[in-house]
Design a protein around this ligand. Structure first.
Ligand SMILES: N[C@@H](Cc1ccccc1)C(=O)O
Length: 502
């Protein structure tokens, strides 16, 4: 019988009496485990071997686990320092021992917690006493770490659980495949098998020699095992941002660009937000110290904004009747919303004067000194958008949101009237979380007031919104905590596997 070379090697290495692991055969015949697994699948299809499969626990050291395996556990360092300092006879101050044991940062707390847990001694109002008889040699956790570091297995479940709790190991399962010869396999071997002239791998040599054109290739087996490849890829949230941009472009919008650090003039004053408005402090802006201000705010717009703030607009307009300070408006900050870009565009500062109809958007970062929690980040992506037309109504606004969110499978939007100094009417937008069923706020919107539009010399209707990209991501993927989609706490496995396809 003629078989491809790897299959012949696997067949010869297999046994009729016992199962042999694919990995063992691979090292014996000097092949990659995947190549051996592929050959084993082929042989099984020919009825020459049986394949077995079992799962095995796999324990690997985390970075911290590796460090401790090499340098020892912090609680042992504390014990040794304490013993040397005479803490078996009388208490020694913790402060001194920390220095002598060379502990710092988190290691201090880790040492203390485990020192007490293991009964190596006691810590009482800052004084350490040790048990002189404690047997450090047999510290089961250190021994297990060293065993694992040497590549050997540890069976003690209780110790493994403890190491897991300490974050020193990762526990996983892996599939182990094994091969046994069938009766037909034995017969084939007895009758003689030889390597066929088939080729199971395209090599540079085959390509350069031109032989690839005449050799016979083995069949391609799509069921064979292969390693998961984890190449660098775009962050899932960035993919979502790209998707959002595609959808908005599809809806006829153009993308806006503009500064991340901007003058308060564009962030707040142009939006008819009074200079003493609580939002200007309660948003807790991230102010820029150097340079603290800009000087190129356009004089004519400054004058009109100032008048709107003090006297309002129109015949019987009402302003805020409070002082308006140009220097205050020139101060720089990280934008608290991307509506500063909208203000710049409406003012003609970005692309010159714009005639209706117009549709613009941006998906950019905004920064607020909020309390970090399950629905708030200090920096997040805002999906800003606005439509300029002769006449717009709330129906246009709602229709746009319905169309937009439908693209992400979100069809149960709710609107709640709210107040913004720059829009009237204004609506907060809510969506239902697919897992918790909770309504979460996903955006804020409205139709710009004349007090905002007139100073910018826009004399038609403009509706606008700011939506949170991360909240959209939560609704679309079911993530329950915003920190699971943006920031340093995002799970690596999530980033490797999340697919943003709608
Ligand atoms: N700037 C608002 C969103 C918004 C934009 C435009 C109009 C109305 C509301 C926010 O950050 O929440």
């Amino acid at each position: 019988m003629q078989l491809p070379e790897t299959q012949v090697a696997v067949l010869r290495a297999a046994d009729a009496q016992s199962q042999r692991d694919v990995t063992d055969i691979a090292s014996e015949v000097g092949e990659q485990p995947q190549a051996v697994a592929r050959a084993a699948f082929e042989l099984e299809e020919r009825g020459l071997v049986d394949l077995g499969e079992r799962t095995e626990a796999e324990v690997t050291l985390t970075g911290e686990g590796e460090d401790y395996a090499a340098d020892g556990l912090p609680e042992l360092a504390l014990y040794e320092a304490a013993l040397a300092a005479g803490a078996a006879e009388e208490p020694v101050s913790l402060g001194r021992l920390i220095g002598e044991a060379g502990l710092d940062g988190d290691a201090v707390d880790i040492a203390l917690a485990n020192f007490a847990r293991k009964g190596y001694g006691t810590v009482d109002s800052g004084d350490v006493t040790v048990d002189a008889d404690a047997d450090l040699e047999s510290d089961a956790e250190l021994q297990a770490l060293e065993t694992l570091a040497a590549g050997d297995a540890v069976d003690d479940e209780a110790v493994l659980d403890q190491l897991d709790r300490r974050g020193l190991i990762d526990r996983d399962e892996r599939t182990v495949r094994s091969v046994t010869l069938t009766g037909d396999g034995v017969t084939a071997l007895m009758e003689g098998v030889e390597a066929a002239e088939t080729v199971d791998r395209l090599t540079p040599e085959l390509l350069t020699s031109g032989e690839w054109e005449t050799v016979e290739f083995t069949d391609y087996n799509v069921e064979a095992d292969a390693d998961d490849i984890e190449p660098g890829r775009k962050h899932a949230l960035r993919e979502m941002a790209d998707r959002v941009k595609d959808v908005l472009v599809g809806m006829g919008f153009q993308e806006m660009q503009g500064p991340t650090v901007d003058a308060d003039f564009w962030i707040h004053d142009c939006l008819f937000m009074p200079q003493d408005h609580p939002a200007r402090t309660h948003w807790d802006r991230f102010a820029i110290e150097n340079p603290g201000k800009i000087d190129d705010v356009p004089d004519d717009i400054v004058d009109r904004v100032k008048t709107a703030h003090s006297d309002g607009v129109g015949e019987d307009g009402e302003g805020y009747h409070s002082p308006w300070d140009e220097d205050f408006a020139r101060q720089l900050a990280l934008r608290g919303h991307t509506t500063s870009l909208t203000a710049r565009h409406l003012a003609g500062e970005a692309l010159g004067d714009l005639e209706p109809p117009q549709r613009f958007f941006s998906v950019e970062k905004a920064y607020r000194n909020d309390e970090l929690d399950a629905t708030h980040l200090l920096e997040f992506f805002q999906i800003e958008g606005w439509v300029m037309a002769e006449e717009l109504s709330v129906r246009d606004l709602m229709g746009t949101f319905t169309e937009f969110y439908e693209q992400f499978g979100i069809t149960d939007l709710e609107f709640k009237p709210t107040y913004n100094p720059y829009t009237e009417p204004s609506f907060e937008l809510f969506g239902r979380h697919p897992e918790t069923g909770e309504l979460i706020e996903i955006g804020n919107s409205g139709i710009f007031r004349p007090e905002m539009l007139e100073p910018l010399e826009v004399d038609c209707d403009v509706m606008a919104w700011g939506l949170a990209l991360e909240r959209l991501m939560m609704l679309a993927t079911g993530a329950e905590d915003i920190r699971d989609v943006h920031g340093t706490l995002v799970d690596l496995e999530y980033l490797r596997t999340e697919e943003v396809i709608y």
